[in-house]
Design a protein around this ligand. Structure first.
Ligand SMILES: [Zn+2]
Length: 672
């Protein structure tokens, strides 16, 4: 235990914030900093069968889940007032845990939905069913959600978005890289199996293998018309305003007016966004030419696969074998209590969040976070002033945006009302459907109205943080404000390296390749001079190239995707620079111990704490899946590829030309 130097404001003893057990001191940090900083953690926390990736983030996620489960435990056997929140939580949880009833019910809770679909006769019937499915949150063919108007971000409008693929993303259908071909085979096999298990083959009079092939062909057709994930990262290209009349002209076979009227949002609608117009041209063709039997098979499949996690073990296991095991590399499914806790949390997250913060979020943590965030905002302002690649005109606009960032810490001031959510003692799945319907209606109810800035997009028990460009807000839920991110008993150097970089990361999202296209009011509005925008792009390309050069897997040979992860990598890069400067500011105010603690300088403790956040073990299947789908780089790369870009890191550890972590100064990105 180190003692704080005299003259510091915190007189009581603080730890260094560096857990020595996490280190692998046999590794040469100049060559492989990740191994040095996290090797001990990785050895001490081997992967269990339940996880295909397990890291410091996941440890906290598991802890939050256990905390929430304890809260549920305290109400599940109590005599709760009928219709009370406690009663709803208890009823839904107990039905999910009642294994005997789940097995006995089998597919019965799903039957009414399948019969409804099997009875469809015409394309008009199909169109009506699509709207019913959307109302219960089953997104087939496309989705409609309430989101900000990007020209007037104070207003919420309807967004029509591509969607409705069982595999989630077009690439799985269209690319042969990685294990995609194998996934397609596995997916068809899963469909065949579950169609038969649900009895839809007998119901429809079509063989299960035939049904599976019909769905696969149809989803592949949809996939061909869809944007890639990269194309969807373009905020300009995905904002295309239509009035209902214009949309009717553009896609005459989609009855938009009827759709919106059915969702109670036609009245008062001035215009809406079609995010991927070329995709909706294909939907338009589908509405005209699709075979009714194919549409029925497609709808039935989405009912089955969506319901499977909430039915008997036969369905749960079939889904897991494909999505959990084959695609993600997990060996066994999560225990029932974890799955059901997640589901109840998904249904009544803010109700549980309210109980969670009362028990797990001390007022002192909020006070210290407020100070940290203020210090980070000040530091980003200084970084903007110091930037040599940007003109004063753009700097002025950047400052304006920074000064209006809206900060949320811990938990919302007002909580969501669940009194309209009906939970009955019939079946687990029936309640999941009611909850989905409740959420969809809630989402639709926001459309054509002012955006509620005080709404939270994450629950307090979520171990994460976010930046929302259209409200220009950063949000840090209570559950992330714990070690290894934030330690009330540690010297501030480590806190700046961990939660400080997270704060800096979220702030930088306001200025990354996407965020910089929004102004202080959250509108898509270019506030950059042409030269500054060109400099930004050129500097960003350094990060694209650095990450794309990294091989993440030998077999099948796979490289990281620097383009897909650009926004996140810019945010890490900015977060590191900004939080480091904030720490330097704090040092001049004697808020950081300048002496070595546990043998490390404050600068070194900063980077060790940063790396510790990304300590994780991961299976090849998860490497492949995340590299293909995740906009975040892998934990190892967020350390070993991100840090050589940062001169302060190179200096803190005396990294030299020839070391593995070395990058020549002219190859380091200059952004925020
Ligand atoms: Zn991020």
């Amino acid at each position: 235990m180190a003692v704080i130097a005299t003259g510091c404001q915190n007189k009581h003893e603080l730890t260094s914030g560096v857990k020595l057990d996490n280190l692998d001191t046999t590794a040469r940090l100049q060559d492989d900093f990740y191994q040095y900083a996290c090797g001990g953690w990785m050895k001490n926390n081997p992967l269990d069968a339940e996880h295909s990736r397990y890291g410091a983030f996941d440890v906290l996620g598991e802890k939050a889940l256990k905390d929430v489960n304890d809260l549920i435990d305290s109400v599940k056997d109590a005599r709760n007032d009928a219709g009370s929140l406690e009663d709803k939580i208890a009823t839904m949880y107990n039905l999910g845990m009642d294994s005997a009833k789940l097995q006995a019910d089998g597919m019965e809770p799903l039957r009414p939905f399948l019969e409804e679909i099997n009875n469809l006769k015409t394309r008009a019937d199909v169109w009506s069913e699509l709207r019913r499915m959307h109302k219960r949150g089953n997104i087939v063919l496309f989705g409609v959600f309430g989101e900000a108007d990007k020209d007037d971000a104070k207003q919420c409008i309807a967004w029509a978005y591509q969607g409705g693929l069982g595999l989630g993303d077009r690439d799985y259908y269209l690319l042969d890289e990685g294990r995609n071909a194998q996934f397609r085979e596995g997916y068809v096999a899963l469909m065949e199996k579950e169609f038969a298990m649900a009895g839809y083959d007998r119901m429809s009079g079509i063989r299960a293998d035939k049904l599976a092939q019909m769905v696969m062909n149809f989803e592949t057709r949809l996939a061909r018309a869809m944007n890639t994930k990269l194309q969807n990262r373009d905020p300009q290209a995905t904002f295309n305003r239509y009035t209902v009349a214009e949309a009717q002209k553009f896609t005459p076979n989609i009855d938009w007016a009827e759709y919106f009227a059915d969702m109670n949002i036609l009245d008062g609608m001035k215009s809406f966004n079609i995010a991927q117009p070329q995709y909706f041209e294909e939907v338009n063709r589908v509405m005209k030419d699709a075979d009714v039997e194919v549409m029925k098979a497609y709808f039935a499949w989405h009912e089955i696969v969506g319901a499977a996690p909430y039915l008997s073990d036969e369905f749960v296991n079939a889904n897991f074998e494909f999505f959990g095991k084959m695609m993600s590399g997990r060996e066994v499914n999560r225990p029932r209590w974890k799955r059901v806790t997640s589901t109840v949390e998904g249904a009544m997250g803010e109700a549980l969040g309210q109980l969670y913060v009362r028990k797990h979020f001390p007022a002192e943590a909020k006070t210290r976070m407020v100070t940290l965030v203020d210090n980070l905002i000040t530091a980003l302002g200084q970084r903007i002033d110091q930037a040599t690649w940007m003109t004063d005109a753009t700097k002025k606009n950047a400052h304006e945006k920074l000064s209006t960032i809206y900060v949320k810490i811990g938990y919302p001031d007002k909580w969501r009302d669940y009194s309209g959510l009906e939970i009955k003692n019939d079946s687990y799945y029936a309640n999941v459907v009611r909850s989905n319907k409740f959420d969809m209606a809630y989402n639709f109810s926001k459309i054509n109205k002012p955006v509620d800035k005080d709404e939270w997009l994450m629950t307090p028990q979520t171990v994460n943080a976010y930046y929302n460009p259209t409200t220009n807000e950063i949000c840090f839920p209570a559950a992330i404000l714990q070690p290894p991110f934030f330690d009330m008993h540690a010297d501030e150097a480590a806190n700046y390296g961990a939660i400080g970089v997270v704060i800096g990361h979220e702030l930088t999202h306001g200025f990354d390749d996407q965020g910089r296209q929004y102004d202080k009011d959250g509108n898509l509005n270019d506030w950059w001079t042409e030269q500054d925008a060109a400099n930004f792009k050129q500097n960003s390309q350094i990060l694209v190239d650095a990450f794309s050069a990294v091989k993440v897997l030998d077999e099948p040979e796979t490289y990281a995707n620097g383009e897909l992860t650009l926004g996140e990598n810019i945010a890490d890069n900015g977060g590191l620079h900004v939080s480091y400067l904030a720490m330097q500011n704090a040092m001049t105010k004697h808020q950081v111990n300048k002496d070595q603690m546990d043998g490390f300088t404050p600068e070194q403790r900063f980077f060790l704490a940063y790396a510790a956040v990304w300590a994780s073990n991961i299976r090849p299947e998860a490497i492949l899946q995340l590299t293909q789908m995740d906009v975040h780089a892998l934990g190892r790369n967020r350390v070993n590829v991100a840090l050589p870009q940062v001169t302060e890191f190179i200096d803190a550890f005396g990294i030299k030309d020839g070391d593995g972590m070395w990058l020549a100064p002219e190859k380091r990105a200059m952004l925020w």
